[in-house]
Design a protein around this ligand. Structure first.
Ligand code: NAP
Length: 320
């Protein structure tokens, strides 16, 4: 363990920054060498990481969140970047992408949110900056960092032979009272908010996604058919408009030997985010820049979603 703490800066002061990123950074503990596919359990030492800086467009919110964690608040991005070694993001994807690209170019390691961007071009820029600057990066595809989901993925990938899979996530973020009812979710819907999680899970269970077809239902319902490298296919259905009664996540893979269902979602975001941060920091310490959920994987998932959006838009205007 190095004696110098890794200084994290947090971009964003909204609900997710307050309930997930700030508490996870403040409570992360780090040990061991670089990682990315292990159990991700954190050890007891709380040395090594500090929440040093908060940037937000609302000065009062930035000051309040910074004060709650003994950090400094910034309004100026270059000054904020100068004060940190790594940056965590909790802002909309189109706000995250350019700041993250600038941060990577400045040599800062990245704890990113899904989706990494709204456009393949911005996702490409980010992935290229991460690769060129040789910084470590992790995207918080939540399901990939939940302990029970990791056990399930380890079991299904060891067993293999799956012909297909399916995943659905019906959320309620567009309800008036929901803290996730934010402008970009109302505009982009569950395709951009929830499908990244399901795609990232089926990608890990069945192999890299090589092609996608897509269609949409009423409201913001999106249906995707994914084709995986080794021949399996899978389906993804997501919506934020089902209301609370229909809300929930399910996934399974199937083959001649049977069917295996993914475990239920864990509700507390802090333990899996702490795992993601722990792995990011371990990679920074060991000089490892690759992670199964790094910015390049985030770019690949963005490409799948953008293609699905293109197909859905085409069908809506009668081209499909
Ligand atoms: N991995 C997961 O399970 C998970 C769960 C939830 C959220 N997320 C991700 O976390 C991120 C944040 O989500 P969220 O729910 O907090 O809502 P959000 O609307 O994505 O982000 C809210 C924050 O972004 C700021 N912001 C909005 N527009 C901005 C702009 N144009 N310039 C600068 N700052 C801007 C807001 O500032 P103001 O307060 O001033 O408006 C607020 O601090 C998103 O990328 C989302 O996908 C991930």
């Amino acid at each position: 363990m190095t004696a110098t703490p890794l200084r994290f800066g947090l971009v964003g002061t909204g609900y997710w920054a307050r309930v997930a990123h700030a508490p996870a950074i403040a409570s992360v503990s780090v040990s061991g060498s670089g990682s990315g596919s292990g159990s991700g359990s954190a050890s007891a030492s709380a040395e090594g990481v500090e929440l040093a800086a908060v940037w937000g467009r609302d000065p009062q919110a930035a000051a309040a969140l910074a004060a709650a964690h003994g950090a400094s608040a910034y309004q100026d991005i270059p000054a904020f970047l100068d004060a940190v070694d790594a940056v965590a993001f909790a802002v909309p994807p189109d706000v995250q992408a350019p700041i993250a690209t600038a941060a990577a170019r400045a040599g800062k390691h990245l704890m990113l949110e899904k989706p990494v961007a709204f456009s393949p071009a911005e996702a490409d820029d980010l992935a290229e900056a991460v690769t060129r600057s040789q910084v470590a990066s992790v995207v918080f595809f939540t399901l990939r960092f939940q302990a029970a989901m990791r056990s399930w993925l380890a079991e299904v990938t060891a067993r293999g032979g799956w012909l297909g899979g399916a995943g659905s996530w019906f959320g309620s973020s567009l309800l008036e009272s929901n803290p996730f009812n934010t402008p970009w979710r109302r505009e982009k819907g569950a395709l951009w908010d929830l499908s990244p999680h399901v795609i990232s899970l089926l990608w890990a269970a069945l192999g890299p996604v090589t092609a996608v077809t897509a269609d949409a239902g009423p409201a913001d319902v999106s249906h995707l058919v994914l084709h995986h490298q080794d021949g399996a296919s899978s389906t993804v259905t997501v919506s934020q408009s089902g209301g609370q009664a229909a809300a929930g996540f399910e996934a399974y893979v199937w083959g001649v030997s049977g069917r295996s269902a993914a475990p239920r979602l864990a509700s507390d975001p802090v333990p899996p985010l702490r795992t993601a941060l722990t792995e990011l920091v371990a990679n920074v310490r060991s000089g490892q820049t690759e992670h199964p959920c790094d910015a390049r994987f985030g770019r690949d998932v963005t490409r799948v979603i953008a293609e699905a959006q293109r197909l859905i838009d085409g069908r809506r205007i009668g081209l499909g």
